[in-house]
Design a protein around this ligand. Sequence first.
Ligand code: ATP
Ligand code: MG
Length: 225
Amino acid sequence: MVEIIRFQNYSFKYSNSQEISLNNVNLSIDKGDFALMIGDTGSGKSTLLKQLKPELALGKVTSGELSIFGEQPREQFSDIAYISQFVDNQMVTESARDEFHFVLENQGLNNEQIHSKIAEIASYFDITDLMDLGGNELSGGQKQLINLASALILNPQILLLDEPTSQLDPVTSEKFMRMIQKINQDLNITVLLVEHTIEHAVFYANRLVVIGSGTIRMNETVDIG
Ligand code: ATP
Ligand code: MG
């Protein structure tokens, strides 16, 4: 097992808050894990995920340390993709094709490479028919799929998902979870998924992490059912 994320006696406080939001967290995640993290409202789940994307959580590490690939977290680290709990805020009005084109162009790909990469991604995620629709023409589930495809466009090693199924019906949630499982298994991308309850995701994850009052209550590997 190759450990890729390690929190050690890690505590964190937001700049504008008196209270500590993460308290003495000890957690290690191995490469290829699909970790499901659950906990009550306000327990610190989103705060924990955001520590891997330091530009998202403004505050201070008050004790301990965090290493990712053996290094300290870095801003704008393209090896780590993140999908926010509030996905509508992230969604732009342009089509997925335009958005993907823009991202790939910034990576220095030429037109031919961009077209073939977009075709490949669209087919993998089964969103070819949605590629030319604007954000306001898509359902919640379709937006989630496009967001996921967009998060994976730069070939990240770690995927962070904050309550991605909260606005989806059970059938769409399940389809979405199967897609995450496929990404985790085919592409060997490490997944950290935050949910309120274990419900759907527990059938896919190989690690279950329980968070309460800003600290880790449980961290166990589980058999995939
Ligand atoms: P939920 O299930 O509702 O999304 P959560 O487990 O993700 O909850 P967090 O958002 O991580 O909870 O919040 C943990 C604690 O940190 C809470 O006490 C919250 O009030 C505080 N907090 C969260 N974001 C900020 C912020 N930007 N500034 C100050 N305090 C914050
Ligand atoms: Mg949250």
